[in-house]
Design a binder for this molecule. Structure first.
Ligand code: NAP
Length: 549
């Protein structure tokens, strides 16, 4: 493919990519394959994205590692050996580093650079990105591979600056080991991060106070080492396994359920849930029946099963009661844990209910709750992220006529396929709002988006144009479609980060596409088969559309 540099564009590179996580690295690799000049701008000191930052004790993936890996290179697949069913963060980070080395990616990455603005110039068909370092880069295309969970929600409790101990955010964990031995620790937050970190911190610390506002459903990981035989068998059939993931709803290689909850007897139902619980993993229960996400009563039966499990595991009834969630199971991200509920049987762990004893302020020695002071040496905030749109909102992005993405998305993100937004030509998002993204195995969704964008750029080049933009009409239709799909499920009823409900002032709109990876893939393929239907190719005011000979 001919580089855009040959066509006298003033750009420094053809494609600028923001973010060096799984998405950005694969994007860079594919761009090189097209013969394009590409560069990644990355805030961190190395590759890894979310796995670079989330180094808290207990951090590991909640998708089986064999599936939470790249599939684009057979040799890479065969030479890397995952040691556990669910790899821990250091192993995942090593894998990403290995991929970066293997494809010599680091030479085209600028680290330690935060992109602060991205402005489009329709005259020159170029994005200009500026960075906190003062550097600027021009590119014909800009790919935001900024991740869905990369902007940590900051603790806003009054008095935090007066705290004399150390405090941490799980999403911005220090690189050096943190020693909690002999310490009294407060952990605020009981989502996936807190639920993974609490058992490990409890093993190390003198005492742990868990400050819970809302309990969450958590499935046992049933993590274990992968035997060489098990690994070899999975890898020998990897292409087939990956194809199943791509066609599935959640991007995992499990057969879809075929029966609804009340089609089977209560005994058969219990048996199937129990099987799922013993198998473990994020879809332990959700994969059992077809109506898990859509039928209130069916969902309640699954909720009841988990509440019974919590009471079986946790000896103190009051603590077990407090740990029992009451929202629709699955409508907030289901957690996956190792020994989480059993941790509350330890003598050095106390669960505090923030609903009855809210945090009033942080003091120099701990946390002042309503009616009680909690003395601690360290506070761990596991309070989540400004998810899905946060990283884009952090950048001053301006499209045609200087229109700001911030304004266009004031009432919630609007995209076509989660890939582009009308008014922002040549700007692509990887796993953006309106795509399956966080409801799927991210690796499946990332590879699909990067492949789609790559094919798109190849098509543009072959067509002699260098501009593509989603149309308003197609975008409106897509957003209506995404909303209608979600409305048929229980998802929008939860106060989840899927809706932006965890960030004060963020517009509440259900962001992911719920119909699954397989269906979404077919929708994307149809758009291409229809000649990129819904996208305007070429410059609207130029004959022939392009600005290249
Ligand atoms: P999260 O799911 O948003 O959970 C944040 C927790 O902090 C919630 O319990 C929340 O309570 C609480 N919280 C937030 N602000 C608070 C405040 N001001 N005072 C008291 N409590 C507060 O965040 P997360 O646990 O970091 O997980 C986010 C997502 O990252 C997950 O859903 C998952 O997709 C991903 N993740 C995955 C893994 C994995 O297993 N691979 C591990 C970690 C994270 P409320 O519910 O009441 O707001």
């Amino acid at each position: 493919m001919r580089s855009h540099a040959d066509s006298n564009t003033p750009s420094d590179v053809d494609v600028v990519i923001v973010g060096a996580g799984f998405a950005g690295l694969y994007m860079l690799h594919r761009m090189r394959g097209l013969g394009l000049r590409a560069r990644i701008l990355e805030r961190a000191g190395d590759v890894g994205g979310t796995w670079y930052w989330n180094r808290y004790p207990g951090a590991r993936c909640d998708i089986e590692s064999i599936d939470y890996s790249y599939s684009f290179d057979e040799q890479l697949t065969h030479e890397w050996r995952w040691t556990e069913r669910y790899a821990a963060q250091p192993e995942i980070l090593s894998y990403i580093g290995h991929a970066a080395d293997r494809f010599d990616l680091r030479r085209d990455i600028t680290f330690g650079t935060t992109v602060t603005s991205a402005h489009w110039d329709d005259e020159t068909t170029a994005w200009t990105l500026t960075c906190d370092t003062g550097a600027a880069l021009r590119a014909t295309y800009c790919v935001m591979a900024t991740g869905c969970l990369s902007v940590a929600k900051q603790p806003d409790m009054p008095g935090l600056s007066d705290f004399t101990g150390r405090w941490f955010h799980t999403g911005r964990w220090p690189h050096e080991p943190v020693d909690f031995s002999g310490q009294r620790v407060a952990v605020v937050g009981t989502g996936s991060s807190g639920i993974q970190a609490i058992p490990r911190i409890a093993e190390a610390a003198d005492f742990v106070h868990v400050l819970q506002r809302t309990p969450n459903y958590s499935m046992p990981a049933q993590n274990r080492p992968l035997t060489p035989d098990e690994f070899d068998t999975a890898i020998s059939d990897f292409a087939v396994r990956r194809r199943i993931c791509q066609e599935s709803d959640a991007g995992v290689p499990h057969p879809p359920p075929t029966q609804s909850t009340f089609e089977v007897t209560p005994e058969a139902r219990e048996h199937r849930y129990e099987e799922g619980w013993q198998r473990g993993g994020i879809n332990a229960l959700s994969a059992a029946f077809t109506d898990f996400f859509t039928d209130e009563e069916a969902n309640r039966v699954a909720q009841d099963f988990v509440r019974r499990k919590i009471h079986e595991i946790v000896s103190d009834t009051r603590t077990a009661d407090l740990l029992c969630p009451h929202h629709h199971i699955g409508t907030k991200r289901t957690c996956v844990d190792t020994g989480y509920f059993a941790t509350y049987n330890r003598d050095n762990v106390e669960l505090i209910d923030l609903r009855t004893q809210p945090i009033e302020r942080v003091t120099p020695r701990g946390l002042q709750l309503a009616g009680r002071h909690v003395d601690v040496n360290a506070i761990v905030f596991a309070i989540g992220f400004d998810a899905i749109t946060g990283a884009l909102a952090d950048i001053d992005i301006r499209g045609v006529d200087g229109v700001e993405l911030h304004d266009v998305w004031a009432h919630g993100p609007r995209t076509l396929l989660g890939l582009q937004t009308a008014g922002f030509p040549n700007l692509f998002m990887v796993t953006g709002p309106g795509s399956p993204s966080v409801l799927s195995n991210m690796l499946i969704s990332i590879e699909q988006h990067v492949d789609w964008i790559t094919d798109c750029l190849e098509h543009l080049n072959a067509s002699g144009v260098d501009r593509i933009e989603a149309t308003e009409d197609a975008q409106d239709q897509w957003m209506d479609h995404v909303a209608a799909l979600a409305a048929d499920t229980l998802y929008p009823q939860a106060t989840s980060w899927y809706l932006g409900a965890n960030i004060p002032g963020k517009p509440r709109t259900f962001m992911p596409y719920v119909a699954g990876c397989g269906q979404y893939r077919r929708e994307c393929e149809q758009v291409v088969a229809d000649g990129y239907a819904g996208f305007r190719l070429g410059h609207p005011s130029r004959v022939g559309g392009g600005n290249r000979p």
